[in-house]
Design a protein around this ligand. Structure first.
Ligand code: PCA
Length: 324
């Protein structure tokens, strides 16, 4: 009896491994909620890959930091714990200043400018990622970044002492320069941090404002349009190299489409997010001249700091961007 069950178990194991050899499933951690446009775009990308490979490579997205928290996604993909993932790349500017190129205040403030900046930076970005065991698949922009709060901010003076949520080195540096106390918080924890008073201000897009229903805690949104950060999708290099060429090409082609589609969607949705903030009772306004001037001065300081930290490669990208 015992022998028979061992034999049966052996057969089951054999047929199971034969199935796996022909089709693979990749879990794809995402940091933002399922209904966020980046997450929806990633799901569409996954479907494109599933269809393009006739189900040979199935990508399953896991939104809202459910598989890995946002801050752990990049490392998870680098080390092969996850084969593919999406991450706000500027959150890793401490590893390489190049990752922060999309978050230099007031360097590229429109979708058009953001596309130009990215075009100037993309090759170098691919190179740096490759040196970290990652293959670049696509990047998509967030809507322009504005300032959220629960009081009027008419100048940088009004920011003094405010508890400020940061999501990368640039937002932490802004806090520091403006005399605020920065706390690093992932978007998935933002509502809670606002509700419990851990923070009461932050810089982000209307998209994240809506995702986090910030009107439950905050009252003001200043449409500063400071920069347009990007989410990047990358694959573990060994996982990528383990695929046949046709499958690699499907990933890259679906990725190219997803990058274009993601940024276009961000642009189409930008105004609607601000309307939604307003419809939920928030004051949505452009910054006062004084606040704009104060933030612009801070942006100049940070641009200089970035160029100094990013060396020749950084300077070359800025030059190429400005020459376009
Ligand atoms: N939302 C993300 C990053 C940029 C954005 O608009 C966030 O706040 O975490």
């Amino acid at each position: 009896m015992k022998r028979i069950s061992i034999l049966l178990a052996g057969c089951a194991a054999l047929s199971f491994s034969a199935g796996l050899a022909s089709a693979e499933t990749w879990d794809m951690p995402l940091a933002y909620p399922a209904t966020n446009f980046h997450s929806e775009n990633a799901a569409e990308f996954a479907q494109c890959v599933n269809e393009g490979t006739d189900g040979e490579l199935e990508i399953v997205t896991h939104p809202n930091g459910s598989l890995f928290s946002g801050s752990d996604i990049k490392r998870a993909v680098q080390t092969g714990q996850a084969p593919i993932g999406e991450r706000l790349i500027s959150a890793h500017a401490n590893e390489n200043p190049l990752f922060g190129i999309d978050s230099i205040p007031f360097l590229a403030t429109s979708f058009e400018a953001s596309e130009k900046l990215w075009a100037a930076a993309e090759d170098k970005m691919k190179e740096v990622l490759e040196s970290q065991n990652l293959v670049y698949i696509y990047a998509a922009a967030w809507p322009p970044q504005g300032l959220f709060g629960k009081q009027e901010f008419n100048s940088i003076e009004d920011l003094q002492g405010v508890k400020f949520r940061a999501y990368n080195a640039a937002t932490a540096r802004i806090a520091e320069l403006a005399g605020m106390a920065p706390v690093q918080i992932e978007a998935a924890e933002l509502s809670q941090a606002l509700a419990t008073g851990v923070v009461d201000s932050f810089i982000s897009s209307g998209s994240t404002g809506v995702d986090s229903k910030v009107w439950e805690s905050l009252t003001h949104f200043y449409d500063v349009q400071a920069w347009l950060p990007r989410n990047l999708v990358f694959v573990n290099k060994s996982a990528f190299e383990g695929l046949d060429e046709a499958t690699q090409n499907v990933l890259l082609e679906c990725g190219a489409e997803a990058g274009t589609r993601g940024t276009q969607t961000a642009e189409q949705l930008t105004a609607g997010y601000l309307e939604e903030l307003e419809a939920n009772g928030m004051t949505v306004a452009p910054p006062s001249d004084q606040l704009r001037e104060d933030l612009a001065a801070l942006g100049e300081t940070m641009t200089e700091e970035w160029i100094a930290s990013a060396g020749e490669d950084g300077a070359a990208i800025i030059e190429a961007y400005r020459a376009q």
